[in-house]
Ligand binder design. Structure first.
Ligand code: HEC
Length: 110
């Protein structure tokens, strides 16, 4: 094997593969990550509003306001903007994913 070829392989292995993996991972919304963000930034205020408990009463009460995945996304953005958290798009989608998986359970809109 020529030296150049070996260097090229090494380059692929060390640099390109992690990059591809990282890119693929960042496209999928991550509910675990969302759970942590929610715990840190969102939960306390909702706990106060819903009279104690886990703060999730807000999401499962009969007259909850959010009624579709799009509206859930909008509401997460609204609360996030109000708090001036300056989240990345990715963070927003992670929290939407977390809330939908655990509470709202909307089907993705096509
Ligand atoms: C400072 C207080 C506060 C914080 C912090 C907060 N929220 Fe809210 N949240 C509210 C209020 C007020 C409402 C509106 C409740 C209503 O209209 O009945 C609400 C409602 C919601 C709802 C809709 C619940 C429903 O009725 O279906 C979602 C979803 C939500 N918040 C997500 C978030 C997320 C995500 C965060 C963190 C980025 C967050 N909130 C942080 C105050 C807060």
């Amino acid at each position: 094997m020529s030296n150049t070829y070996a260097t090229l392989l090494l380059f692929l292995f060390l640099f390109l593969f992690p990059l591809i993996l990282f890119t693929a991972a960042s496209f999928a919304a991550d509910a675990e990550q969302g759970k942590e963000l929610h715990e840190t930034h969102c939960k306390a205020c909702h706990v106060g509003m819903s009279g104690g408990g886990e703060g999730d009463l807000l999401y499962i009460r009969d007259d909850r306001r959010v009624s579709s995945l799009t509206k859930l996304e909008n509401q997460v953005r609204r609360c996030e903007t109000n708090l001036e958290l300056k989240w990345f798009e990715e963070d927003i989608m992670d929290v939407v994913q977390f809330l939908n998986t655990h509470y709202y359970k909307f089907k993705p809109t096509p």
